[in-house]
Write a protein that binds this ligand. Sequence first.
Ligand code: NAD
Length: 439
Amino acid sequence: MGEEKTTFENARQRLNAAMEHVDFPSEVIERLKYPKSSLRVSIPVRMDDGSLKTFTGFRVRYDDTRGPTKGGIRFHPQVDLDEVTSLAFWMVFKCAVVDLPFGGGKGGVIVDPKELSLLELERLSRGYIDAIADFIGPDTDIPAPDVYTNPMIMGWMTDEYNNITRHKEPSVITGKPLELGGSRGRDSATGRGGYFVTRELEKQLGIGPGSTVAVQGFGNAGYWNALFLSEAGYKVVAVSDSKGAIYQPNGLDVKSVYQFKQQESTLANAYCHGSVCEVRDHEVITNEDLLALDVDFLVPAALENAITAKNAGTIKAKALLELANGPVTPEADKILFEKGIHVLPDILANAGGVTVSYFEWVQNRNGFYWGSEEVDDRLEKIMRQESATIWAFAQERGIDLRTAAYAHSLSRLSSAITAKGTKDYFHKINTGSYKAVSA
Ligand code: NAD
């Protein structure tokens, strides 16, 4: 029955298991039950044919105890408040997993961007920022790219924010083009972060160079991860996009598959309209077939709820790397755990993106920019360190990696929330048994 729950209910359910492994006051959970604020906006856009069309957008700031809220903007026809709230919730825990001084937020617009011209896309992107400008800012809420948004769109959005505030404020949005204050390594950061998590734990997971890999979702996160894994000697045998999947048991040439997808694009600089299915020398399969392939390592890198109680039983991989947010439902998690399949959870696996977004924010605020090596080295250190800690905790308690990651993150969040005072603290103040300042 759990499959009928909303994505947000599923997201919150993850906390229950983690709570048993962290010692914290109950009011921490009370604080994390609801988003801090949610905004719904209407965005009127002048279309190329002269007509006016109104789009609906959202921005949710879930919790900002550890710092300004941080999270991407999604352009997708299935965006709704439940999805954006869930994504904002995950961002809270993700930022804490990698110890960034950020809370969690997220945004989205209900639109199929592939149906817009580039100029319509620019007007929509600017219109969205006009609508949420009072809600965001470098010290309050900092957007970034997510599904079907990219550096060019982040550039338009930052420009619009600067026009509104009448000064240059690059740190308001991350994932910008390099020329407009972006960070080196941000485009590849999510895939690279997931790659470091994999390399850190590969011995424990029983995989390594030579292992076969299938990647669902060949976009920003999926492509870069597939590339780094294949460069390290893993054999990427299948990739997919929204139109379908391709399978080549001898291994695909990741770069040329991606180049082909780009070439076929009619909006080459914005979206891939070409599909991986058009690449030659492969078998065309469905996304469902891809998930059930007999591979060592499976990388869901598309959308949430890809693996449910219905198809979890068909998965044969030894381990999963969740580059997408929320690709496995709680019921599917249980099935995978019982089958002995390790799931490297989203809040760790895809945290490389927000980590380099943090680096971008730091560089923007300092006006001093780092080289690629510095970005990659700092990212590697963080991803490997947190992965090792989470693995050790999971082993010590005999729990799955997701529960361990949530417990690790919850303990950091709990320290920050309780540092502002708890029931116990205020009770002592009221009864005079506690002096806030020593004499
Ligand atoms: P993207 O727009 O670059 O790529 C998405 C890819 O998924 C495209 O290739 C698309 O064709 C494919 N896709 C869409 N629906 C599909 C379906 N039903 N089956 C198979 N493929 C499908 O997006 P992205 O930035 O790579 O994001 C992918 C996932 O990674 C999302 O869950 C996102 O929230 C998560 N993520 C991204 C980042 C980042 O920095 N980009 C960071 C953290 C998490």
